[in-house]
Structures are given as C-alpha cells and as structure tokens.
Design a protein. Structure first.
Length: 181
C-alpha cells in the first residue's frame, strides 16, 4: 500500500505521524484529561521517553507494515501546532482511536477528523465495518460516535488508565456510512 497520505478538512490538517512528532506528543499527551479513558496499556505516569518509545517501537513499525494508520491533528491556520492524534488499526473490535489536548476539546475538531479518517477507512482501505471501543464514562467520545452515525452494539468491561470501567463497542458498516454521506 502507498504511504499514509496527508488528509484535509475545512479546519484541519491531518499529517502522517513521524518520529519528529515525539517532542510535541510528549508535551501534549501526558495529561489526565487526555489519558484517563485510554487503554491501560498506556503507561501512567507517562515516562519521559514515552512518546519517542511509542513512535519508534510501535506506531511507525505498524504504519510500515500497513496494519495501522496514524495522523497528527493540526489546525490548518496553525499547521506547526499539533493538537492531537487519530489512528486507524486493523484489529478486531478496535479500528479507530484518538486523543485531543484539552484546549481544543469541545469545538468539533474530533468529529471533523473522524469524518475524513472514516472516509479513508471505508473508501481507500475498503473495509466493510468499523468498530471502536470506548470507556463508557467518556461522554465526549460517545458523542463523536453518535454524531458519526455509529451504534452501540456490545457492552463489556475494560481496564483503562483511570481504572476499571464499563467498555462500550460502537460500530458502523460501510453501507450505513455511505447512506449518511
């Protein structure tokens, strides 16, 4: 497959993740408001080399294998300022994940990013189904799924950075997604 492309929306620039992003991630990511509802595989407290290790040892190799697609989220008006990240993964019941630094939350940026990334998933990668797991108490993430036309299909439980929470699995099929366009 071709390299991960840069994606654009009206307000956002989604650039493929690269090793040079480690410093910005290290500054933005290790905040309780960002990590508390993420999977407990995220180390907490976040180590000083956490972003570099993650990029070097996990994200970039998965991108090279063509099993994951990662982007930084940036405002088109300030393309040098990273505000978050969004990813697609070729895993059962875990196809999309994201985080956004607190100053930019609640402004519709993540819904906008998800729209273009979902288009990549369904139109470019030709996947028939997208499923995303979420900590049930994460209302902001739930609203992103609802606005994107996803439906809640299963309840489980999961271990998150912030503790053990109910886990919701959301999904949308390619056909459902296309009808919404």
């Amino acid at each position: 497959m071709d390299p991960v492309p840069t994606l654009h929306t009206e307000r956002l620039l989604l650039r493929p993740l690269e090793l040079a992003d480690a410093e910005a991630i290290q500054q933005l990511f290790p905040q309780w408001e960002v990590v508390r509802y993420l999977n407990a595989v995220v180390p907490w407290p976040y180590p000083a080399d956490g972003a570099l290790s993650y990029l070097r040892d996990m994200a970039l190799p998965a991108m090279a294998r063509g099993t994951e697609w990662h982007w930084t989220i940036r405002l088109r008006s300030e393309p040098e300022q990273m505000i978050g990240s969004i990813s697609l993964m070729d895993e059962a019941d875990n196809n999309r994940g994201f985080w956004l630094a607190p100053p930019w939350q609640g402004q519709g940026y993540m819904s906008e990013a998800c729209t273009v990334v979902d288009e990549f998933w369904f139109d470019v990668l030709q996947r028939p189904l997208m499923r995303v797991p979420k900590a049930a108490p994460n209302r902001g993430s739930r609203r992103v799924s609802e606005r994107g036309g996803m439906r809640l299909v299963r309840f489980e439980s999961g271990d998150f950075v912030g503790g053990y929470f109910p886990l919701d699995i959301w999904e949308i099929t390619r056909e459902q997604w296309r009808r919404r366009r």
